[in-house]
Design a binder for this molecule. Structure first.
Ligand SMILES: Nc1ncnc2c1ncn2[C@@H]1O[C@H](COP(=O)(O)OP(=O)(O)OP(=O)(O)O)[C@@H](O)[C@H]1O
Ligand SMILES: [Mg+2]
Length: 325
């Protein structure tokens, strides 16, 4: 049985419908990532699951029990937000244990749970510090600690890393994945970072305008995007997508080819273009081509590419890697 199910969940704010009939099953222990552009309803859906927002219609079950109208505290859920809002006057230990103190749990139990969470999150040596003496990543770990001590059935994360710089994000991304492996708990994680979605998820839910666009494993979505929207959202750099007359000539409505699936040659090929700009990243390079037949094309070349801006080249799709919608 699924740990969590949503059946035709809808949500309107006044006349505006922002969640348009979402069906979803999350298995016990699964790591599910919601992705989609700003305003597509990711946070609203998460808040509905947490019970912070009422559904306009539809059903929600957790652990086989209908919780559509249950109070947040009855749902066995803990949520970690983007802004971790720690209490500045409390130590790390007090911040982590605060929910348990509020619930008037015995002191010994609180101390034990806080110690265990701190151990899991490598915060033991910081337990007596105040939040202002912590780095962004450490603060985020304290916020996660607050969730862990509640021993929830389901963890909900709403863009927990978006306030961190790039290297800390990468580190925390790994830490949360490892935490999931250790705790083996069900997690739903919202992000608009497709790298986080690809690397952390067992299952990705792509949302578009309040509706599910596609659900699948990261590699399923990468290999077989159902729509141009998913194709453009999963993968970095973004898939080259061409509509209109260009696509019609290729017998489809939208033609797509990923930057890593284009090979360049000086000899001959399918499309001729001029290199406008090259970004050399070391291990690979991103080339921006102007192709008269198509428009702009982005190409990813491994290693130190011999091609430079200003050159005229031929671009060829890797066989079997083209997408036609
Ligand atoms: N309390 C509210 N009242 C009215 N409209 C709301 C309310 N909360 C959210 N919305 C609207 O619902 C839509 C979905 O918002 P939501 O916050 O779920 O988007 P999101 O996918 O989380 O976006 P972001 O990536 O920017 O966080 C938006 O159009 C938003 O303006
Ligand atoms: Mg949001």
């Amino acid at each position: 049985m699924a740990e969590l199910t949503l059946k035709q969940v809808r949500k309107s704010f006044g006349a505006l419908e922002v969640i348009k009939g979402v069906d979803l099953e999350v298995a016990s222990g699964e790591f599910v990532v919601f992705v989609g552009p700003s305003g597509c309803g990711k946070s609203t859906l998460l808040r509905i699951i947490a019970g912070l927002e009422e559904t306009t219609s539809g059903r929600l079950t957790i652990g086989g029990k209908d919780v559509t109208y249950a109070e947040p505290s009855e749902r066995g859920i803990a949520m970690v937000f983007q802004s971790y809002a720690l209490y500045p006057h409390m130590t790390v230990a007090e911040n982590i244990g605060f929910g348990l103190s509020l619930a008037r749990r015995p002191k010994a139990e609180i101390a034990e749970k806080v110690a265990a969470a701190a151990e899991t999150l490598q915060l033991t040596h910081l337990l007596q510090r105040k939040p202002k003496a912590l780095s962004g990543g450490q603060r985020q770990r304290v916020a996660i600690g607050r969730a862990i001590v509640r021993d929830p059935r389901v963890f909900l994360f709403d863009e927990p890393l978006s306030n961190l710089d790039a290297s800390l994000r990468a580190q925390m991304r790994l830490e949360i994945s490892e935490l999931h492996a250790r705790l083996n708990s069900t997690m739903i994680y919202v992000t608009h970072d497709q790298v986080e979605a690809m690397t952390m998820a067992d299952k990705i839910v792509v949302l578009n305008g309040g509706a599910v666009e596609q659900i699948g494993s990261p590699m399923e979505l990468y290999r077989n995007p159902a729509t141009p929207f998913v194709a453009g959202f999963i993968g970095s750099p973004k898939m080259n997508l061409y509509g209109g007359e260009t696509a019609r000539r290729m017998n489809c409505t939208t033609y797509g080819i990923r930057p890593e699936h284009v090979r360049l040659s000086e000899g001959t090929g399918q499309w001729q273009g001029r290199i406008r700009h090259v970004e050399r990243l070391g291990a690979d390079a991103i080339l921006y081509l102007d192709v008269p037949e198509l428009g702009e094309m982005i190409v990813r070349a491994e290693g130190e590419t011999p091609f430079a801006s200003g050159m005229t080249v031929w671009a060829n799709p890797v066989e079997g890697a083209e997408h036609r919608f």
